[in-house]
Design a protein around this ligand. Structure first.
Ligand code: SAH
Length: 213
């Protein structure tokens, strides 16, 4: 644990509370995680506990802490749940889910990011996170069903496969393009028949793209 960042991390958690995040387990999990370690450019480490997105290479970003907290809170994670994440990126969101006791399956479409982040998570001893290189539009059917699913890139529509791969009662949190250059955060709950759909605030993500590179 790098003590230089203890104070800014505490302040960040306070800010998240002020912005409306209530779930104590989410706030505590984020209070334990060293976000600067997920940001490759060490020149940015002094800023790592600001509530901002930062570049992580390949034109991608580590999500803003408020966004991570918001999406995680809405998933109501319980220990041992199987959670599918689309868009591994820096690995920070996956680490938050793992801190909450989830068994995480996370998919990234950029080979270089996948390699880099897989190594990082291994070195940090996150044994409950499994990383995959692939196209998240397809989900990960061999490990379905999942209790929860989180998409961390701007989706043009709700991928059918992600609903199919949820268990009944399972939830998907996903930012979907609203045609105005931003995304509406949707929470889809799978029912015995059909789904329940809730709409939350507007956010801004990097795009969810088809295929892998
Ligand atoms: N959860 C990440 C956020 C990274 S930004 C974090 O905590 O840092 C979104 C990521 O989604 C990018 O790395 C991008 O490459 C990835 N992505 C975009 N479309 C994807 C797809 N179809 N399948 C898998 N990953 C995708």
């Amino acid at each position: 644990m790098d003590l230089r960042y203890a104070r800014p991390r505490k302040d960040l958690i306070l800010l998240l509370r002020q912005k409306g995040i209530k779930d104590k387990s989410v706030l505590e999990a984020m209070g334990r995680i060293e976000r600067h370690r997920f940001i490759p450019d060490s020149a940015l480490h002094n800023h790592a506990y600001e509530d901002k997105a930062f570049p992580i290479g390949d034109g991608q970003t580590i999500s803003q802490p408020y966004t991570v907290a918001f999406q995680t809170e809405k998933l109501e994670i319980q220990p041992e749940e199987k959670v599918l994440e689309i868009g591994t990126g820096s690995g920070y969101q996956a680490a938050v889910l793992a801190e909450l006791g989830a068994r995480v399956y996370t998919i990234e479409r950029f080979r270089t990011l996948y390699d880099k982040t897989s190594r990082l998570l291994r070195s940090m001893k996150y044994t409950t996170i499994r990383t995959y290189y692939g196209d998240g539009f397809l989900g990960k059917s061999i490990y379905a069903p999942f209790d929860k699913c989180i998409v961390t890139a701007a989706a043009p529509h709700i991928p059918e496969a992600l609903i199919d791969q949820l268990s009944v009662g399972g939830m998907l949190i996903i930012p979907v393009d609203n045609g105005q250059g931003s995304q509406d955060m949707l929470r889809i709950t799978k029912l015995e028949e059909g789904v329940k759909e809730e709409v939350f605030d507007t956010f801004s993500f990097v795009p969810m793209l088809k295929g892998r590179t």
